[in-house]
Design a protein around this ligand. Structure first.
Ligand SMILES: C[S@@+](CC[C@H](N)C(=O)[O-])C[C@H]1O[C@@H](n2cnc3c(N)ncnc32)[C@H](O)[C@@H]1O
Length: 390
């Protein structure tokens, strides 16, 4: 019997501004998540649910298991409370223990002292219970985070390892790439479904069209990567089961109309390479083209895009001109919708149209707005989704 056989308090991190979408994803997966506070959603479940959240959530950053909660305002209290936790039940004796910490508005704020005292208390406890003089730390890595907010301490075990925005397909770096999780959030907010045409006119390394193709083929975002929890005791059966579930859910026989354009041939080469890595190359048409020349014979399509912005990529008159021409290109399309992320405050003025909806999203640390222009919906379509809010 291991700790991971019990009911677990699961905590899912999600970037600020997209918590509600992650919560909708959880509902769609069949769960009843608890409240969403800034950057975090709670869920009660078992270890299989931990594995499914890692595998299937497109917008989550990390999946953790909360293993202890208490208050501590002194290092003695921290040591004693940590020592009370049944670590011998949570991890094997040979576990390699890593402790990270963060503190906000709390009496204890010296991060490296919080980390070393927590680790010392864990090691002391396990040594005493197992009656050994030292711990080998040669086994699986168990990485714990100590989070202290207003003196309330939460210790959680990371199950994801590398952050979930890293799906594994983007092995080369393009210019100003968007996080895969942010791209997925924009797509889920856009009302787009596989039966509608899709264009990203500023595709760069291909992230948005690739995420669109993963959604359209019902491919789990993390199908090609591994997780920290796979090393945990008894995890083998669980991960095999969840990988099988993910493989069976893939739908390959849909005729998709997903296109990505970029003015840089190098970007398009990168996008094709990443699409191949992600297993969706056959579903996306990437082409080198200036956005100004892009058109479509289809109606009711959707644009989701991350055009240039920020000092480094483009600024001043050139940027305003680009957005003006982007607005013209958009208006030449019949009954299309557009969802555009940018930090540029004059975007709507340049684009020539006030957005139907604006929401704050972050591109890494940079505060941006997602500008949504909702066109009419096609009359006969499966296209209404669970994520729409308009
Ligand atoms: C912010 S990057 C897009 C990054 C992309 N979302 C990704 O994840 O890799 C903007 C892209 O717009 C492209 N671009 C700039 N001007 C363009 C134009 N007139 N037509 C098409 N693409 C253009 C740049 O080459 C750059 O790759």
């Amino acid at each position: 019997m291991s700790y991971l056989d019990d009911k677990l308090n699961i905590s899912i991190t999600s970037a600020s501004g997209i918590e509600a979408i992650t919560k909708s994803e959880l509902v769609k997966l069949g769960y009843s998540p608890g409240g969403a506070i800034i950057g975090r959603i709670s869920l009660q479940g078992d270890f299989c649910d931990v594995a499914r959240c890692n595998m299937f959530l497109r917008t989550a950053g990390r999946v953790r298991i909360n293993v202890a909660e208490f208050t501590a305002a002194t290092f003695d209290e921290l040591f004693d409370e940590v020592r009370e936790v049944e670590w011998e039940y949570i991890m094997p004796t040979d576990a390699k223990v890593i402790v990270t910490a963060k503190s906000y508005k709390s009496t204890l704020f010296a991060i490296s002292a919080i980390q070393s005292i927590t680790k010392k208390a864990i090691v002391e406890r396990v040594k005493d219970i197992r009656r050994v003089s030292s711990l080998p730390e040669t086994g699986a890595t168990y990485s714990f985070e100590v989070s202290i907010v207003n003196d309330a301490v939460t210790i959680s075990l990371d199950t994801s390892g590398v952050s979930l925005h890293k799906r594994g397909y983007r092995t080369l770096v393009g210019e100003a790439p968007l996080r895969e999780t942010t791209a997925a959030a924009m797509l889920l907010l856009s009302n787009w479904k596989w039966d509608r045409p899709f264009i990203d006119p500023f595709a760069g390394s291909g992230t948005i069209p690739i995420e669109a193709a993963l959604i359209a083929t019902n491919t789990a975002p993390a199908i090609n990567r591994s997780f920290a929890f796979e090393e945990f005791t008894n995890a083998r059966n669980v991960i095999d089961k969840v990988r099988d579930e993910a493989k069976q859910l893939i739908v390959r026989d849909r005729k998709l109309r997903i296109s990505g354009f970029d003015i840089e041939p190098k970007a398009i080469r990168l996008a094709n390479f990443h699409a191949e890595n992600a297993g969706v190359k056959d579903y996306i048409h990437f082409q080198t083209a200036d956005m100004r020349t892009v058109s479509s014979r289809f109606s009711y399509g959707v644009i989701v895009s991350n055009p240039p912005y920020g000092e480094r990529l483009m600024k001043g008159a050139e940027l305003h001109g680009l957005y003006r021409d982007f607005g013209k290109m958009f208006r030449s399309l019949d009954e299309w919708s557009a969802h555009v992320i940018t930090s540029c405050r004059s975007f709507e003025r340049d684009f020539g149209k006030r957005a139907d909806k604006k929401r704050t999203l972050y591109n890494s640390e940079l505060e941006c707005s997602l500008h949504s222009y909702f066109g009419n919906m096609p009359r006969k379509s499966e296209s209404r989704t669970e994520y729409e809010e308009n």
